[in-house]
Design a protein around this ligand. Structure first.
Ligand code: Z5A
Length: 222
């Protein structure tokens, strides 16, 4: 893949209800308004095989395997997602906006699930290899606020496998994402997600503009 024509890979991360899905859509629209091809995708999922694994994981079917087994399943889904969706899109010059990626495995299975960091790092090396995101936006809000937002959106539906965890689990996740951002400041940016959606979108756009210069990116041909 020629570095000059390759698209850019942006991930959004953070705890439940931080507003990742809302902001991924807004970012997609903004990038498209510049004439760029954009592929908005999500994890777990983003390809037919990975969506099938999503069902198995979020229903709680895979919970008896523990964080180690779940990390492997997320990894299997991620390999298929990269191979069939993300890498082909980047290769043709599209920008990929992905709601969650490998940092979620680090935070949920690694830190909150107590898996050894070396194990998670090795798995990430095998699964992601050189295909790390160009930019990761970490949407940060207190766990209580995120859980309230997620519950409101869900209405009467039941919580999924991870939403059902206790508040302390979600507070640990918040810290884990902030620690990832501190450890990799060149790749990550922390966004205050407590603000109204339009202000969060503006903060995201100023980071995307400053770091990835989308206005100068090559546009798809006729
Ligand atoms: N997981 C994992 O353990 N390991 C992994 O490797 C991966 C994932 C990849 C996926 O669930 C689960 O899998 C996830 C981690 C785990 N844990 N859980 N649960 P998912 O895809 O179904 O859900 P999610 O990724 O956690 O997203 P979410 O809970 O749907 O939240 P969100 O996308 O960040 O939020 P949203 O849908 O954009 O907004 C939530 C509500 O808040 C909605 O009503 C909005 O209108 C509202 N909202 C959004 N922004 C604002 C602002 N700024 N102010 C006020 N209200 C707002």
């Amino acid at each position: 893949m020629s570095p000059s024509t390759r698209g850019r890979f942006i991930t959004l991360e953070g705890g439940e209800g931080a507003g990742k899905s809302v902001q991924a859509k807004r970012l997609e629209e903004k990038l498209k308004s510049l004439g760029l091809e954009v592929v908005r995708t999500r994890e777990p999922g983003g390809s037919p095989q990975a969506e099938a694994l999503r069902e198995a994981i979020l229903s709680g079917f895979a919970a008896p395997f523990g964080p180690e087994g779940e990390a492997i399943l997320f990894g299997a889904a991620r390999i298929d997602h990269l191979d069939t969706t993300i890498l082909p899109a980047l290769a043709r010059g599209a920008w990929v906006v992905c709601d969650r990626f490998a940092d979620s495995t680090r935070a949920y299975q690694g830190v909150a699930g107590n898996l050894p960091a070396a194990y998670v790092a090795r798995l990430e090396q095998v699964v992601v290899g050189p295909n790390s995101p160009d930019l990761t936006l970490i949407l940060d809000i207190p766990a209580e606020t995120g859980l309230k937002r997620a519950a409101k959106r869900r209405g009467k539906g039941g919580a999924d496998r991870f939403e059902a965890e206790a508040l302390a689990f979600h507070q640990t996740l918040r810290r884990a994402f902030l620690d990832i951002a501190s450890a990799e400041p060149q790749r990550c940016a922390v966004i205050d997600a407590l603000k109204p959606p339009k202000d969060v979108a503006a903060a995201i756009w100023s980071v995307v503009e400053a770091r990835l210069d989308p206005t100068s990116a090559p546009k798809p041909g006729p």
